[in-house]
Design a protein around this ligand. Structure first.
Ligand code: TYD
Ligand code: MG
Length: 473
């Protein structure tokens, strides 16, 4: 009976080791491997015994066959439904991740109440807050009269027993998976074994029943609470709720989705009475922009299928000695270094004696290379101390030789700029594909450029013109 009773599990990715390791080989994180009791029996909630009586042959079928699109239960919250791909799919499992306090419970209570009010059965199980706390929140959100059914519980055996008779439910919300606890596993709630086993049971129930299950998972860097990443491969969709608690915007992002797109975002604003949908995020992101300051450029970006305009801000401050700082919020720092190198080497801009601070206003995080041109415009504008045209948007990818490259969906970006009252766009030189004519937006002057040097010449040229011609630029 010298059988090991503990094992070592990475709290970031769930990899299992027989002995302690300083660094997890699977995900490369340091100090995330923690000791845990080995679960007594897998597959527990049903008495713990594996089915006796041997195996069953699985049938193989032809690939060709009927496949209907899955039915959906729309939540009625357009921004959420867009990210889900049209609504919740029955029998599916969704993981909603995000920092504590970002608004996950708020979003789910609002969505759950809406679905319940459309006549479907919705069960909301809170492991973190008491019934009174959830009721208070519901009152604040104006959904206190909803027909949603509420329970405060953490014992998974009880929850499973209660849900087995709930096949008429459309949605079950578990808030949060880290508070759920299965008595057959010795480790504490929130550990990798507990999160994995509880998640597995709940997902199995959803597949067997007809309801969708939404699991809330806090993402923490703290090793004592297992990240819900161990569940990511088990669920059908992973949504991240992100944002800066200092800002009121919240962005819901699809990271994985077996039933829909993964690049869509939903934009919300946290208000006194809960999360409000933001149907026109560009107007919101540009609301506090001040027109005539240097170091600012508007990027015509694309989030999923949706064009979004955001302000890119750059500040240069002199750093006479030492290694200059490059600090980036909302964009990739490697990409910024590349762009600065291109500006120095190909366009002759002197930046190595300056600290560079780059910020995407409003708390949005941009992943598109199409932002290169807008970032370059902000940097050049800051370096030349000349504002960019406040009525102009920028987009385009920049290559290592300084060439400005085509990006996808120029037309929708231009249309969004036009809709928001912009008068000009600076973009890569367009080439017609096939015999489709190039889009000609009304009232929008297009400045097509082939090389980053053209942009530098434009902005720097403005500066010398201003210095010679007027009293002040
Ligand atoms: P919550 O949904 O509890 O976050 P999570 O479940 O992700 O931990 O949201 C908590 C924050 O949201 C809290 O700091 C207060 C704020 N809030 C509002 O600003 N307005 C509201 O109507 C509600 C319900 C919460
Ligand atoms: Mg919560």
């Amino acid at each position: 009976m010298a059988k090991a009773t503990t094992r070592f599990v990475c709290s970031a990715c769930g990899a299992v080791y027989p002995k302690w390791e300083g660094r997890c080989e699977a995900c490369g994180e340091w100090n995330t491997v923690v000791e845990e009791a080995i679960p007594l029996a897998p597959g527990i909630a049903h008495g713990g015994k594996a089915k006796a009586g041997g195996t069953r042959r699985i049938p193989f079928v032809a690939l060709a066959g009927s496949a209907e699109p899955p039915p959906r239960t729309p939540s009625g919250i357009v921004e959420l439904d867009r990210v889900l791909g049209g609504g919740l799919v029955p029998s599916s499992a969704v993981l909603l991740g995000g920092d504590p306090g970002i608004g996950k419970s708020t979003l789910l209570l609002q969505a759950a109440a809406k679905i319940a009010d459309s006549g479907r059965r919705v069960l909301y199980i809170s492991g973190e807050e008491s019934i009174e706390q959830v009721r208070l929140r519901a009152r604040r959100l104006g959904v206190a009269d909803s027909r949603l059914e509420l329970a405060a519980a953490i014992n998974l055996r009880d929850i499973v027993a209660s849900l087995e008779g709930a096949s008429d439910a459309a949605l079950v919300v578990i808030d949060s998976i880290q508070t759920m606890w299965l008595d057959t596993i010795e480790s504490a709630p929130g550990t990798v074994s507990q999160v994995r086993a509880c998640g597995f049971e709940l997902i199995r129930l959803a597949k067997a029943g007809r309801f969708a299950v939404v699991l809330v998972g806090h993402v923490t860097k703290d090793g004592s609470l297992a990240g819900p990443r161990v569940l990511e491969h088990m669920v059908d969709a992973v949504l991240h709720f992100e944002g800066d608690r200092g800002h009121q915007f919240r962005i819901l992002r699809g990271v994985k989705n077996r039933f829909g797109p993964t690049d869509e975002i939903g934009v919300f604003e946290m208000t006194e009475t809960g999360l409000a949908e933001v149907p026109n995020p560009s107007a919101l992101f540009l609301a506090e922009r001040r027109g005539n300051v240097s170091g600012s450029a508007v990027f015509a970006g694309l989030e999923g299928t949706r064009p979004v305009l955001v302000e890119v801000q750059c500040l240069l401050s002199p750093n006479p000695g030492g290694a200059p700082r490059r600090s980036v919020i909302g964009w990739d720092s490697g990409r910024l270094s590349m762009l600065l190198a291109v500006l120095e080497t190909r366009c002759g801009l002197k930046l190595n004696a300056s600290d560079v601070y780059l910020n995407i206003a409003g708390g949005l995080r941009i992943g598109e290379p199409a932002a290169d041109l807008a970032v370059a415009a902000a940097v050049v504008s800051a370096a030349a101390d000349v504002p960019t045209d406040p009525a102009m948007v920028f987009f385009g990818e920049v290559g290592l030789s300084g060439e400005v490259r085509q990006v996808a969906q120029a037309e929708s970006r231009l249309k969004e700029a036009q809709k928001l009252g912009f008068a000009a766009a600076c973009l890569p030189r367009r080439v017609a594909r096939g015999n489709r004519p190039l889009f000609a937006p009304e009232g929008l002057a297009l400045h097509e450029i082939g090389h980053l040097g053209d942009l530098v010449a434009r902005l720097a040229g403005k500066r010398s013109a201003g210095k010679e011609g007027g009293p002040d630029a």
